[in-house]
Design a binder for this molecule. Structure first.
Ligand SMILES: [Fe+2]
Ligand SMILES: [Fe+2]
Length: 185
């Protein structure tokens, strides 16, 4: 089993309360946008193949998640991450590149991303505690849906992708770095 490197989750003196929810909305908005772009990249390659419908169904879920955080960004007056243009390109590139390696690799990408998101949303649920019940409820709902995306990808033989473990680790590490960055800038 490869050791999974982790990034520091909190720096000393990091914000709580209103600042915490601001950070959560910013990073989740960025993440859901990245997810939408990953699936757009995958659909450009695999849209008309047998995997197309499963990918489209997951993409529809991401569109709902993104729409929710887009409303929150506006309602709360939260500045989106300055790396937005980067997620636009990087998400699409990751989706298209994995799809070009075949449908199983595309699904392996979903497993990796959703595993990273699983830890991320779980940590946010803990951090929020009893504050912001509406935000927490949305995160819990999206969290459950992300786990279903992971299961969909597993049922599409993600684990049979060549080099599954190494690739999963690489993509998960990239996702953790992206989350770390989006929480800060
Ligand atoms: Fe999502
Ligand atoms: Fe998802």
């Amino acid at each position: 089993m490869p050791i999974e490197p982790s990034l520091p989750r909190n720096l000393p003196g990091e914000p709580a309360g209103a600042k915490l929810s601001e950070r959560i909305v910013r990073v989740d908005h960025a993440g859901e946008y990245g997810a939408k772009r990953i699936y757009e990249g995958q659909l450009a390659v695999l849209g008309e193949t047998p995997s197309g419908d499963a990918i489209r169904a997951m993409a529809a879920g991401e569109a709902e998640h993104l729409a929710w955080f887009e409303r929150e960004i506006v309602a709360r007056g939260v500045r989106p991450t300055i790396l937005h243009p980067f997620w636009h390109v990087a998400g699409y590139a990751l989706g298209a590149a994995t799809a070009m390696m075949g449908p199983k690799t595309a699904m392996a990408c979903t497993v990796a991303v959703e595993e990273a998101i699983d830890e991320h949303y779980a940590a946010q649920e803990v951090a929020l505690g009893d504050s912001e019940p509406e935000l927490k409820q949305a995160i819990e709902k999206f969290h459950a849906e992300e786990l279903r995306h992971r299961d969909t990808a597993l049922s599409h033989e993600a684990e049979r992708a060549p080099g599954f473990q190494a690739m999963k680790l690489a993509i998960k590490t990239g996702c953790r770095a992206a989350i770390w960055l989006a929480e800060r800038v």
